[in-house]
Design a protein around this ligand. Sequence first.
Ligand SMILES: [Zn+2]
Length: 395
Amino acid sequence: METLFTNATVIDGLGGVREGQMVCVRDNVISDVGLASAATSESGAKVYDLAGRMLMPGMIDTHLHFGGGDYDPGHEHDSVGLASLRSVDAIRRSLMAGFTTIRSAGVRDHVDIDARDAVNQGEIIGPRILASGRGITMTGGHFHEAAYEADGVDEVRKAARALIKRGADSIKIFAISPGVAAMGNDLDTAAFTVEEIRAAVTEARNAKKLTQTHSISLAGTKNAIEAGVHSIDHGVFLDEEACQRMIDKGIYLVPTFGPFYYYAFKRIAESWRSERAMMTIEPHRKSFRMAMEMGVKIAMGSDLGAPSRMKNGENAVEMQLMVEAGMSPEDTIVAATSSAAKLLALDDRIGSIEPGKLADIVVVKRNPIEDITALQTDFGLVMRDGVVYRDELEA
Ligand SMILES: [Zn+2]
């Protein structure tokens, strides 16, 4: 089974753009990329003439929430079954929005682990999912309503092992800092100690799993960096020393502007959340620009599905916010493709348009390098693992 995309302008996910390309997909793998005359193909292939439209890798959202669907305070006490059923539509929306891989960043009742398995077994349609299950916090810490509450090295280690036993791909460590809403006027409070964070990191690394964090305050973030987490998620308050240590240790920043922007400016959530979020907008952008200029590795994560009311399927709004905060559209696309794939240790399989990679492909009708919002509206086609899930090229 072969599919050919001809006359494609390829955004390769690695920072390159090339016109007049042919991309060949054989079964679920990109078999060839090149000038039309050089690329090989069989007769009988399904051919899409893209007439110069942009073809890019399926995008990767490294931090979002879908367990129970989009956040709604009225759904917080849903049964597990109802929460799971609401998740089916939520993950389908991310796929249709061009996000062929997503990582869940913590959810009630391990709903994401079961959703991942249902997608892999072909029971439901969705992106490739990396799941974190309930995640770990401390007694009374951020997300304690749903995460494992663990205190001290032994309890954190046991919680990490329980998550791995249940099937988590990534250990979400919530208790790096409190949530912004819980911080009061002192925004620089920490949560877990370095030793507690390191216990989770060690278990994850031993089992070849990932770690991800809820890092808002500088004090907490520095603890997480010291403990060697894979990513600082949110990273609202950074300083030069923190950025330098992230570079030294190869730790990614996943800025997640989405929730703070939605809280502060869309004001759909409770007003007290909006007031707190206003205090983060400028420091967050400043931290991001410092990290970018110093050379910290950056991956895209939207944090949608959190109480900000940012909905599943709105993932690419995050990319608009990254551009508005000072990143070039080209680099923002890299952050949502090859950089995100590297953070998730999937870069041998996804994140770029290259021979041998899985056929996760998005065709966009407008050029996202000229206008990044094209990625919110102008889809022509979404293919994951060689299967077309959305085709509006003729429309
Ligand atoms: Zn989150």
